[in-house]
Design a protein around this ligand. Structure first.
Ligand code: FCX
Length: 428
């Protein structure tokens, strides 16, 4: 991984110089204000951290290394990993080197399987993924090197080492979880000739009539790779790693956040929502019927899964990329038709719902991803967020490798009490 490492080093050096210049000249410059609403409202909208792996523009959506979704969605996950870590796409030799490295490191340590097999049968696959990763922390090179007393400037090298070890094992781990949880537990062997995404598809062992499954999986793993620094899972992973807990601890913690229905679990919730619509209204409901169903859902105090976002204020381009893909391969299924009908109906309703309190009435990536997974034969909804997690770990790893390279300090915002606040506001 010489080339990847050299380019990560270059990126860290460049960013280090930028940060030094910013700090030297502007350390005390204010870039915004903190309001009481920020304190009480989950800090949403508060600009309080830096993340250079990716950026979410409220209107244009995700940018990775300066490339927008249409520009990077045709790439492979390996290319995206390289881009996240270095800010540039790999040349052919660097890509081959990265692929070879991942292939060499693919094997999940044997002790992980009995641990997963012994969990209660109804354990959520996200719990299994998080536990499987946590159990691999025994192999952390960072942990070992830290205990030997390596200097701070080498922390990133072993974070990168751990990251590649972890990422390489994800197809085998994720597919194994699928086989244990939903089949007879018999694992399918890794195939050295296949790439990272193809291996995942191969080891899942799903019979699908459609040969575009691997292409879809590549797209899925690319589109979910990162979503800047402040989302629940990435932020959690950053906080945990900032205490120098290794990347296995950090990734496992991040995944526990991703497992929440307001975050990554929304993709399984969306398909469930569509299924409920079909159960009640038949397989091809009219738009008016869908409209009433959505209103009823809102009136019962529930959210419409797959709609809304803390940062985005327009249709998520990842949703659009999936929609485009489906147009090419599979948009005649009843579920996909309902995805499209919901897209025609929900934004209009959310715009005016309760005086327009929903900040973003448009669909996010989760509004369609589960439907496509289902089309390819993944019928176990509980598994969907595992695939989201496999992809998102690319972002966790890149963010934290860079953070360690820049020697970023422990993350520790100061909290205050109601009394402090009331005293401060002069209202005690
Ligand atoms: N349906 C109904 N109400 C919604 C809504 C939706 N899809 N989205 C937001 N709202 C409501 C909120 O619940 C909140 O109500 P409250 O004042 O009574 O608490 C109000 O609108 C204002 O929330 P808003 O500022 O627009 O959004 P937040 O930043 O609080 O929350 C999420 C953002 C994504 C959590 C919210 O839009 C939501 O719950 N969406 C549905 C779940 C979902 O799709 N999650 C996936 C998001 C993302 F893609 C990811 O992280 O994976």
């Amino acid at each position: 991984m010489k080339k990847l490492k050299e380019n990560v080093r270059l990126r860290i050096e460049t960013q280090g110089r930028e940060i030094a210049r910013i700090l030297e000249n502007y350390s005390d410059t204010e870039i915004g204000k903190v309001t009481v609403k920020h304190l009480m409202g989950g800090m949403r909208g508060l600009q309080a951290m830096v993340c250079n792996t990716s950026y979410v523009d409220p209107q244009k959506g995700l940018f990775v290394g300066g490339f927008d979704v249409p520009a990077f969605s045709g790439k492979t996950p390996e290319e995206i990993l390289y881009l996240l870590c270095t800010g540039v796409f790999p040349k052919k030799d660097a890509l081959t080197e990265l692929r070879d490295e991942l292939a060499k490191r693919h094997e999940v340590p044997r002790h992980v399987w009995p641990l997963l097999r012994n969990l209660p049968k109804d354990t959520h696959p996200m719990t299994m993924l998080s536990m499987g990763i946590l159990a691999m922390d025994s192999q952390s090179v960072f942990k070992q090197k830290y205990s030997e007393g390596i200097p701070k400037k080498e922390h990133w090298e072993y974070t990168l080492e751990d990251s590649l070890n972890l990422i390489a094992k994800l197809p085998e781990l994720a597919a194994g979880i699928y086989r244990i949880r939903f089949f007879d537990g018999e694992l399918i062997s890794y195939a050295p000739s296949l790439d990272w995404a193809e291996n995942l598809v191969h080891m899942l062992g799903i019979e699908t009539a459609d040969s575009s499954f691997a292409d879809f999986m590549r797209l899925y793993l690319v589109l979910h790779c990162d979503h800047e620094g402040g989302n629940v899972s990435a932020f959690t992973a950053r906080v945990v790693n900032s205490a120098l807990s290794n990347i296995y601890y950090a990734a496992s913690a991040g995944l526990n956040g991703l497992a929440g229905p307001l975050h990554g679990l929304a993709n399984q919730e969306c398909l469930r929502f569509i299924q409920r619509i079909h159960d009640q209204l038949g397989k091809s409901p009219g738009k008016e019927e869908i409209r009433s169903y959505v209103l009823k859902t809102l009136d019962s105090g529930n959210v419409i899964p797959g709609y809304g976002h803390a940062v985005l204020r327009a249709t998520d381009p990842r949703f659009t990329a999936f929609l485009k893909f489906s147009g090419k391969y599979c948009d005649t299924t009843p579920y996909l038709q309902t995805v499209k009908d919901l897209y025609a109906v929900v934004p209009g309703l959310l715009k005016t719902y309760k005086g327009g309190k929903v900040a973003n009435p448009y669909p996010n990536v989760d509004a369609i991803s589960g439907t496509l997974l289902h089309y390819y034969g993944l019928e176990h909804f509980d598994y969907y967020t595992v695939l989201f997690g496999v992809s998102r770990i690319l972002g966790f790893c890149a963010q934290n490798t860079i953070a360690r390279g820049l020697n970023q300090p422990i993350i520790r915002p100061k909290s205050v009490t109601n009394k402090w606040l009331l005293d401060f506001l002069g209202k005690a």
